[in-house]
Write a protein that binds this ligand. Structure first.
Ligand code: HEM
Length: 537
């Protein structure tokens, strides 16, 4: 039950829990019937047919038949741990979000790490992005910070997400390959979508091969919004900085690890926690005042861009410690439901069009994956009481008494009332919105290459070697020879001539020929943002 949430157990108690074999309880059926024998089915004579009346056989087999739920459509493979977030200081001047209300305040958390492309049974160490999803059980409700281990994303409008994922997942006719990116369809999509350039640099770098979960950074990716108690607001980017530092495997090592131990990273995290070597991160914030919304040469709403730390330093505000393994993988790690729409007072959204689409997608997919009452499962329940008029649906656990399940009502009973005056009630930030309805992308999103180039320029020479090797490996895997040519002509030459020349050398591509034959990128319709000062970009 929820009693397991949030308690910070020491390594000793954790170890004890696993070493002690408790006395066996009497086995019962789901209806509480004591079972005399669950190893033999009931038969008509010892060698006769099994009897249809054997309800214990049917109950056991039926439960087994229904053990699987759909795996996550992305991020299917994951591992998780419980822990605590502790605030370094009172951040009330910036946000009323409760985890930051006082120095030393502790908030229980559950964190799930994942790969993106592979299925639930795939390996831990492919070249891929990693999910870094944090559920804060705050005293004002659940707040989910659903991030990745890279600060930017492949696309900047959610409507392209099904295309991106269909391109990166195994090809539909043969379900090959399981590896994240090494195939024609992914590179075909990328070569025609120049907004992927920056993220491709991250995924071809060592960042896509983390050594362990404890050695990964985490990022909220989008620009989010902090809101203070007076209704003031500022923009924020969230960063998780691993206390152990950032470390990676090299590609050859990662491939061998996959072959030797597909569970390498989940095992490593489980064992670290069992021996008391807890996983730790600092949470950092990059704060941008609303008045500085247009102070950068990129758009804060474009998720393919990061804010360089030289421009806006990361301010450490608290520490995350993962100190307790789940007791049951399915009940906790598999059934946990992270949603970007789970926010608390003090945290709010921006108009980032990738974030806006995610706000719909997570709830929608979880209704399908775990059902309409997923929020009632122990791992998903908030610590504070839940009280509303939602009722019924598959697997409803809560028993609501009385006949009133609507508002308003003068009939009495236990129905809850909304709280128009409560200072701790959630109110959306009253952002001013004024525009024409238009299906388009802002021209402030069309600088595809500057930050990809910045990434290349910021690398040490050995890191550049690894990036070149990453691209060369991937492009050499492509079976359709036109695909690497398009990657070269539409992406690499625009990122940096050295990168293009070195990848050409490793792949045998002729840059001039690539430029002659490559199909042109698909530039989606764009419109100038009237509200941005002209000439800024
Ligand atoms: C799952 C991150 C973009 C749809 C996840 C998970 C993470 C994540 C960490 C795994 C959650 C878990 O551990 O249970 C991100 C980030 C994104 C991004 C950082 C971009 C910045 C999107 C977009 C969509 C989307 C644009 C759709 C429009 C989904 C879905 C799941 C998922 C459907 C499966 C959720 C479930 O079944 O529990 N994402 N994602 N994501 N994401 Fe995203």
């Amino acid at each position: 039950d929820r009693a397991t949430h949030g308690s910070v157990e020491t390594a000793k108690t954790v170890a004890l829990k696993h070493d002690t074999v408790p006395p066996r309880e009497a086995m019962t059926s789901n209806q509480g019937l004591k079972i005399s024998d669950d190893q033999n089915s009931e038969k008509a004579g010892v060698r006769g047919g099994s009897l249809l009346e054997d309800f214990l056989l049917r109950e056991k087999i039926t439960a087994f038949d229904h053990e699987r739920i759909p795996e996550r459509v992305v991020h299917a493979r994951g591992a998780a741990a419980h822990g605590v977030f502790e605030a370094y200081e009172d951040l009330g001047a910036l946000t009323m979000a409760s985890p930051f209300a006082a120095k030393g305040k502790q908030t229980p958390v559950f964190v799930r790490f994942s790969t993106v492309a592979g299925s639930r049974g795939s390996a831990d160490t492919p070249r891929d992005v990693r999910g870094f999803a944090v559920k804060f059980y705050t005293d004002t409700g659940v707040w989910d910070l659903v991030g990745n281990d890279m600060p930017v994303f492949f696309i900047n409008d959610a409507i392209k997400f099904p295309d991106l994922i269909h391109a990166v997942k195994p090809e539909p006719h043969v379900e090959i390959p399981q590896a994240a990116s090494a195939h024609d369809t992914f590179w075909d999509f990328a070569s025609l979508s120049p907004e992927t350039a920056h993220m491709l640099m991250w995924t071809m770098s060592d960042r896509a091969l983390p050594r362990s979960f404890a050695h990964m950074e985490g990022f909220g990716v989008h620009t989010w919004r902090l809101v203070d108690a007076k209704g003031g607001s500022r923009f924020v980017k969230f960063h998780w900085k691993p206390v152990k530092g950032v470390h990676s495997q090299v590609w050859d090592e990662a491939q061998k690890t996959s072959g030797k131990d597909a569970d390498y990273q989940r095992r490593e995290m489980f064992e670290s926690i069992e021996r008391g070597d807890f996983l730790e991160w600092e949470l950092g914030l990059q704060i941008v005042e609303e008045t500085d919304e247009f102070a950068f040469d990129f758009d804060l709403l474009d998720s393919t861009k990061l804010i360089p730390e030289e421009l806006v330093p990361v301010r450490p505000v608290g520490k995350l410690t993962l100190n307790r393994n789940p007791d049951n993988y399915f009940a906790e790690t598999e059934q946990v439901a992270f949603c970007v729409s789970h926010v608390v007072p003090g945290i709010d959204f921006t108009n980032d069009p990738l974030l806006q689409g995610r706000l719909h997608s997570y709830l929608d997919t979880q209704l399908r994956r775990i059902g309409p009452n997923f929020a009632e499962l122990p791992i998903n329940r908030p610590l504070n009481p839940v009280s509303n008029n939602r009722r019924d649906g598959f697997a409803k656990a809560t028993i609501h008494p009385g006949r009133v399940s609507y508002f308003p009502s003068a009939l009495g009973g236990t129905h809850p009332a909304h709280q128009p005056k409560a200072p701790d009630a959630f109110r959306s930030y009253a952002e001013k919105v004024d525009g024409h309805k238009i299906r388009a992308r802002s021209t402030s999103f069309t600088d595809y290459f500057s930050q990809a180039t910045m990434f290349w320029n910021s690398m040490a020479s050995w890191e550049k070697d690894h990036i070149v090797a990453g691209f060369a490996f991937e492009l050499n895997q492509c079976e359709t020879k036109a695909v690497p040519k398009a990657v070269m002509a539409n992406l690499l030459v625009n990122i940096h001539p050295d990168l293009a020349a070195r990848v050409a050398e490793e792949t045998g591509l002729d840059i001039a020929e690539c430029q002659r034959v490559a199909p042109k990128p698909v530039v989606t319709e764009t419109a100038a943002p009237a509200e941005m000062p002209s000439g800024r970009l």
